[in-house]
Write a protein that binds this ligand. Sequence first.
Ligand code: HEM
Length: 316
Amino acid sequence: MVYTLTMCITHGHLLVTSLLLLGGWGKKKVAVFTQAVAKLIAERTSQLVDSKPDFYAAVTGDGGLHPLELWGEAIFFVLAGGSTVATAICGSLFHLSWHPDVYARLASEIRKAFSSGRDIQPGPILSSCTYLRAVIDESLRMTPPAPSPLWREPEVVATDKPFVVDGHIIPPGTEVGVHLWAIMHNPEYFDEPFTFRPERWLVPTDGDTEQTAERRKSRAQMRRAHVVFGLGDRSCAGKSMAYMEASLTIAKILWYFDFERAPGKKGSLGCGQGGKNPWDAYDQFQIHDVLGADHDGPNLVFKPRPEQCEDLDSTT
Ligand code: HEM
């Protein structure tokens, strides 16, 4: 372990972080994951660096990458860019399967906005699907893909003034952070935090009444508290890409398919156990904090929409 850490410090902190990220997984998952990453690396390095305009081409540069750096980058990007978006999509599908009214409204928005599955591409029409964005934001809130605290240390500055957070003096060298899942379920920011309600994210349109002004204020407060991508200099570099991937995938799914929870016990994968805590209710998607959010399910049954799937067949 000492050897690994020394090498990592020489070749960048990324691998240390990446190895720590895997710490919360069981041995079996880590083995499957590292095999998959090894395969990705072997496949990509067998091709010329500039054969594709991808991350590998961008980070390799003239000097090439040390194998440890390559592993660090690969593990980091699969976790930071892959499993996070997977959680965002799975969470959205889980919540849609529990809320038929939300499902119907979203399906109607997508099916009215586009005239064929091929038209569903990143661009102004997809961006105009405001209910889709609200569903994704609400799902990110209920099941943040990176739920852990993002630890920060006060910057050392030459001043006599103590560094104060929420009335507490934070001594130099002390790291502070708040669990993101806790912020996302704090009723001070989010009314009825365990209720999946995408409508809370929609911009009020019913005239400039006092009630609307109040809603605008509470929406602005929610926006400030919705920090699932972190804040500041080190906040998520892939935020726009994450929204684009999640929007595209969910819109395409709803265009080509209808879906519902699998019948019987199979459909309970990923659900709470119905315990007395609000987060354990059946309709709460269960995530496990391993810095990223590990999860099982949802287990869904997809039914193709025959007319729309003809288009799918002709384009593949
Ligand atoms: C829903 C999906 C995603 C969520 C919730 C998410 C969340 C986060 C969070 C919480 C951080 C740490 C921010 C901080 O410390 O303040 C982060 C960092 C980062 N994310 Fe994401 N992320 C997502 C998707 C992506 C994607 C798709 C990519 C790239 C393909 C990506 C690349 C990165 C990178 C490079 C950093 C490190 C930034 C830095 O340290 O300067 N993320 N992300």
